[in-house]
Design a binder for this molecule. Structure first.
Ligand code: ATP
Length: 265
């Protein structure tokens, strides 16, 4: 990918990365070292991508027997819409993303994209329609040819090098993140809005301010969706989301997400 301009500041870099639908590198490196857990069916066919409708229906999941991590999770993301996953650390947000990539198979229920059960399609084709960007993890399915294929175990050396370079940038962004001022945050939101336009998007939101405009917010607790709705609806409900929001607004913005923070390595 040839860039025709040099970013003038970190926001420029960030924006460029979002535009290129770069990857959440932490997860990617984990992934390279991980053994392939699921296999394609013998007669697996490519995903026939149409509008990008994502459905989770009564999904149950556990990594190891005995401890259920997701319990009866159902939601639909309509084509072009944005859904935000929020909830305390360990509530299952990243697990939902991993299942969408089919790093694991569900134990009950099903996940469909444009009506096709993802366990029946070729993994490579499934993943080729999903991109990830850092900070808050944003997924969108689209035919983005230049996307580095998230989760492609057979990545070339060049791709890994690219990944490493981006990981370095990513790390610097992570350290920069605490210094985010309102203006920068606004800019990031604007660029996210741009990149999410016309793409089905799932945001794992660690800063609640990035979810205000989501079409649907899913609040997870101990593997269950305990609240759902738009920002204003959930605020007026005065439940868990409203509590999280109040907590984040009341000053401890930078360490704000200590309980919704992802582990940065
Ligand atoms: P965070 O905000 O900290 O990223 P999360 O909401 O994304 O948290 P998950 O990463 O989905 O939470 O984890 C949900 C639960 O599954 C946690 O209790 C976690 O310990 C457990 N878990 C995650 N990955 C594995 C794994 N590979 N094997 C076993 N248990 C796991």
């Amino acid at each position: 990918i040839i860039q025709l301009y040099t970013p003038l500041n970190w926001f420029g870099t960030y924006y460029r990365m979002i535009q290129n639908s770069f990857i959440d590198m932490e997860n990617m490196f984990e992934l390279f070292s991980e053994e392939q857990e699921v296999k394609d069916l013998v007669n697996a066919a490519p995903l026939r991508f149409r509008t990008g409708r994502i459905e989770f229906e009564n999904v149950h999941f556990s990594y190891t027997d005995g401890r259920e991590i997701l319990r009866d999770v159902s939601f639909t993301v309509m084509p072009g819409q944005t859904v935000a996953l929020v909830g305390p650390s360990g509530s299952g947000k990243s697990t939902i993303i991993r299942l969408l990539f089919r790093f694991y198979d569900v134990k009950g229920g099903g996940i469909r994209i444009d009506g096709q059960d993802i366990s029946t399609v070729l993994q490579a084709s499934l993943r080729s329609h999903i991109g990830v960007v850092p900070q808050d993890t944003v997924l969108f399915n689209d035919t983005i040819r230049n996307n580095i294929r998230y989760g492609r175990v057979s990545a070339t050396d060049e791709e890994v090098e690219q990944a490493a370079a981006a990981a370095d940038i990513h790390e610097r962004i992570l350290s920069f993140r605490d210094a985010l001022d309102t203006e920068t945050e606004r800019n990031i939101q604007a660029s996210l809005a741009k990149v999410c336009a016309n793409r089905t998007t799932i945001v794992v939101a660690h800063r609640l301010s990035t979810v205000i405009n989501a079409d649907q917010i899913l609040v997870l607790k101990e593997g269950q969706i305990v609240e759902r709705g738009r920002h204003e609806e959930l605020l007026s409900k005065g439940g868990i989301y409203a509590g999280m929001w109040q907590k984040q607004q009341s000053g401890n913005e930078s360490s704000s997400d200590s309980d919704t923070e992802r582990k940065d390595k």
